[in-house]
Design a protein around this ligand. Structure first.
Ligand SMILES: *[C@@H]1O[C@H](CO)[C@@H](O)[C@H](O)[C@H]1NC(C)=O
Ligand SMILES: *[C@@H]1O[C@H](CO)[C@@H](O)[C@H](O)[C@H]1NC(C)=O
Ligand SMILES: *[C@@H]1O[C@H](CO)[C@@H](O)[C@H](O)[C@H]1NC(C)=O
Length: 383
């Protein structure tokens, strides 16, 4: 197996270090409501029509409950040492940044936790998600009932977590509604909309932990134009990065892709033992993960058509090719950014899109990015 420093290996190293600290640390046995000793993140959620109840909808809400951060110093030292040894990256001048970006890696997921959420302007009352699983995650479709203004705007609705009355923290999330028909856009993040240098260990680590995130030039404009031409499609960002990078990626999409905002799906990285970590690593699993996310999105929006956008660094061509073979016209089109240094051979794309009509996908180079905005995707064109 080729062992490269990817987000996943970096994350695993961080999780491993966090979990090794402090020595002899035991997961606290706290069950029941989220309390003042816990942290909770609720990821922005997509909402979709309930086919059985016209006018009513579901939000697919995912929450993560953890211990409040343990001291991050040892984690940052550990990761810093690892990066120094393996790729010669010195983080000494950027400790605050690195600490901030690694914050969620320093938490330990708690099982058996009940998260209570409520969504503004919806007929439904507070809902308790199923108790968190091992690793701290819980995911559930919650009935929103009829939300005010839901049907005619694509604007996100605010949700909040109900904490105990002595807990003054405010934990919020957004729900992004979208109609059962019309368009959606499924997009990768790293090296598709954000410069991440996935193929270069040193630059990848810098871009992830230290640098200000920068967009792939021209892509924010292309996405903004898609928001208009596809009439406020549901944008869903699907990345194989670990969810611990959520705050970083969330703020990047909020600021740089405000016009094409939407939920972000990231990979669960909640292993708590070395055996799990080895398993996780051995099945790099990006194709399987992304395919599962496309299934998840299809489950919510079986009546939509999707434009899928990705790049040639990981498995996007293979995933989207498979999605077109599986879902036919529901996947209207696949756009793949050719990233220098990746496998950009004709044989790769031919294999990935085997059996797919050539007018259903487009592999583009960076100088073609501005012209993507001129393609009439709504009218059925892909290139
Ligand atoms: C993440 O973990 C939760 C709880 O174990 C599980 O229900 C969910 O399906 C997982 N999500 C993904 C994307 O694997
Ligand atoms: C939520 O609803 C969708 C669409 O019906 C379904 O595909 C999915 O399995 C449901 N998820 C959960 C966690 O119940
Ligand atoms: C590129 O991908 C194709 C198809 O998977 C494979 O046959 C070929 O060996 C790869 N080339 C390189 C340089 O990795």
């Amino acid at each position: 197996m080729r062992f490269t420093l990817s987000f996943v290996t970096l994350g695993l190293a961080a999780v491993e270090i966090a979990h090794a600290l402090p020595r002899g640390y035991q997961q606290p046995a706290r069950r029941g409501s989220v309390n003042i000793l816990d942290d909770v993140v609720v990821f922005d959620a997509p909402a979709f029509d309930d086919p059985a109840n016209p006018g009513s909808s579901f939000a697919q809400v995912q929450a993560y409950v953890s211990t409040r951060q343990i001291s991050l110093g040892p984690l940052v030292d550990g990761v810093g040492g690892l990066l120094g040894k393996t790729i010669g990256l010195n983080i000494a001048d950027s400790i605050d940044r690195v600490t901030d970006r690694l914050a969620l890696f320093g938490t330990i997921g708690l099982s058996g936790k009940d998260v209570k959420v409520a969504v503004a302007g919806c007929g439904s009352k507070e809902v308790t998600l199923p108790a968190t699983a091992k690793g701290g995650m819980s995911i559930q479709n919650i009935t929103l009932g009829a939300c005010k203004g839901f049907a005619d705007t694509a604007k996100p609705i605010l949700g909040s977590v109900d904490l105990s009355f002595i807990d003054t923290r405010k934990v919020k999330f957004r729900v992004f509604p979208s109609s059962a028909d019309g368009f959606g856009v499924i997009s990768d993040i790293d090296d598709t909309v954000k410069v991440s240098h996935s193929l270069d260990k040193l630059l990848l680590a810098k871009a992830t932990l230290i640098d200000d995130p920068i967009p792939v030039p021209g892509m924010p404009e292309v996405f903004k134009s898609l928001a208009a031409s596809l009439k406020s499609p549901q944008f869903i960002y699907v990345s194989a990065s670990p969810f611990q990078l959520y705050p970083f990626l969330r703020s990047f999409i909020d600021t740089t892709y405000a016009e094409s905002n939407g939920p972000i799906f990231l990979k669960n990285l909640t292993t708590t033992s070395l055996t799990d970590i080895t398993d996780f690593l051995q099945s790099d699993g990006v194709f399987e993960y992304k395919s599962a996310m496309i299934d998840r999105i299809q489950g919510m929006y079986p009546g939509k058509k999707f434009l899928t956008v990705g790049d040639s660094t990981q498995k996007d061509p293979e995933t989207y090719g498979e999605a077109i073979r599986k879902y036919g016209d529901s996947i209207a089109c696949a756009w793949i950014r050719k990233v220098e240094g990746a496998n950009n051979t004709d044989e790769r794309f031919a294999a990935a899109f085997k059996g797919v009509s050539p007018d259903k996908f487009k592999v583009f180079s960076d100088d073609e990015i501005p012209s993507l905005a001129d393609i009439d995707v709504a009218g059925g064109s892909c290139s």
